[in-house]
Design a binder for this molecule. Structure first.
Ligand code: ADP
Ligand code: ASP
Ligand code: MG
Length: 416
């Protein structure tokens, strides 16, 4: 039997590595696959270096890793060749973005590998791009803007697990069908781990992070939020999709398909008050906040009683590869939210749409109430009453599965 243990960025610390040692002990006799993210903030630093922003230097990145290596009692020279390679890649004329991003996870995993070795634990460090593959070529990915659903875990994992008690691998990084390095979307290491657990038919997937579990609201934002101890896959999927950052939105499905329970655990708190995600039905109500969205409000009197507008508008979103989250339409207007961060793309789309329609663009946050049978829930009318007449709500959206009611609200007020 196997277990897959995934440790996120905030868990890659001296204390986090001690938790890994404990977990190796606790799972003795089982095959263990350990999936690591990059050290906290390292992916952000890599992005900033690529974009030639001046807020970080490569030395900042080196310092973070050297400090960790020193804290765990090792000598740091074993990462120097990787750093040198990164330096070269960063200053190539044509920067290979996914390759640069992969250095974060390459560095964290080699550090863990050396740490286990020092603690007399033998493990095998396997290249994550060999394990997680895309069924598409790079061109297909770019042309069709294929998303994380198109990734799978290769059969070669069986071989590695058969030959080794402990396998360490990088989350987040993958390879395309034609062997280009590619990455999942941000926070994607959870999905790497879930794809591996699903392939191996593991006993469980454990996501180790900096909170005890999935809460009914982000515990770092809402002080009196409560942990949800048992959560079913479907409800959890809605929560992950609407801002529960603790889980990458694509990581539920692979485990759900094989009915593998997902445990969320706190690297820094050994109590057992955690979340287990399984098929066991649950009808808790929770509140999700998804920050950093934009809402396009596209209007035209000509829309009334005519056809083709919606198709025309969304074709333009497609042409700029801009992903849409929430949509509402009326006789005269179409509203759509996106989390696209590329300001140039956003402004070009706005300009293009403005040639044909009246377009306004606002920053907004999405607040979602998630649960089962939302519309029958007695608390909902009260909520509408509270929000009534608020001119800063751009969209009220109710999902057809009766599980999610979302408000797109000006981020001036939703920060409170
Ligand atoms: P990791 O580095 O371990 O992958 P993440 O930052 O991706 O960690 O996810 C953990 C964070 O998710 C928590 O620190 C918390 O602020 C945030 N979060 C957002 N919504 C929720 C929620 N509903 N329940 C728990 N955590 C949440
Ligand atoms: N390191 C990547 C990120 O920061 C992947 C992950 O943490 O899961 O998005
Ligand atoms: Mg995460």
């Amino acid at each position: 039997m196997s277990v897959v243990l995934k440790f996120g960025g905030s868990s890659i610390t001296k204390d986090g590595f001690e938790t890994i040692l404990n977990e190796i002990e606790n799972n003795k006799g089982k095959k263990i696959v350990i999936v690591l993210s990059a050290v906290y903030n390292v992916t952000n630093i890599l992005i900033s270096l690529m974009e030639r922003k001046l807020n970080y230097t490569i030395q900042n990145l080196v310092d973070i890793h050297y400090k960790l290596i020193e804290e765990i009692g090792l000598k740091h020279s074993f990462i120097d060749s990787l750093i040198e390679e990164l330096n070269k890649d960063l200053y190539k004329e044509k920067v290979n973005k996914p390759k640069i991003l992969s250095y974060g996870e390459l560095l964290s995993t080699i550090i863990l590998y050396e740490y286990l070795k020092k603690n007399n634990i033998s493990s095998s460090l396997i290249d994550g791009t060999e394990l997680i593959r895309s069924s598409f070529s790079m061109k297909e990915i770019i042309d069709n803007s294929c998303k994380s659903q198109n990734f799978y875990c290769d059969d070669c994992i069986f071989n590695y697990v058969e030959k080794n008690e402990i396998v360490i691998t990088q989350g987040f990084i993958t390879k395309t069908k034609d062997n280009y390095i590619y990455t999942l979307t941000r926070g994607g290491s959870d999905t790497t781990a879930s794809l591996i657990a699903s392939k191996l038919n593991s006993e469980r997937l454990e996501i180790w992070t900096d909170v005890n579990g999935v809460f009914d609201a982000d515990p770092n934002v809402i002080k009196n939020s409560n942990i949800i101890n048992n959560l079913d896959y479907e409800l959890c999927q809605e929560m992950a999709g609407m801002g529960a950052k603790v889980l990458h939105p694509y990581c539920i499905r692979p485990c759900q398909m094989k009915n593998i329970p997902i445990y969320i655990k706190n690297t820094y708190d050994s109590n057992n008050n955690n979340t287990i995600i399984s098929s066991e039905y649950n009808n808790k109500l929770s509140l999700m906040l998804d920050r950093g969205n934009k809402v396009f409000n596209i209007t035209s009197l000509n829309m009334w009683n005519d056809y083709g507008f919606v198709a025309d508008i969304f074709l333009k979103f497609k042409n700029y590869s801009i992903d849409i989250n929430i949509i509402t339409t009326s006789q005269y207007s179409v509203l759509a939210t996106t989390k696209e961060e590329d300001e140039d793309k956003i402004m070009s789309l706005k300009e293009e749409l403005s040639r044909h329609y009246d377009v306004s663009l606002f920053n907004c946050d999405l607040i979602s109430i998630i649960g089962r049978d939302i519309i029958q829930n007695k608390k909902i009318p009260h909520l509408f009453e509270k929000l009534n007449n608020h001119d800063k709500i751009y969209i009220t959206h109710f999902s057809s599965n009766n599980m999610c009611l979302t408000f797109a609200i000006s981020n001036e007020i939703s920060a409170y």
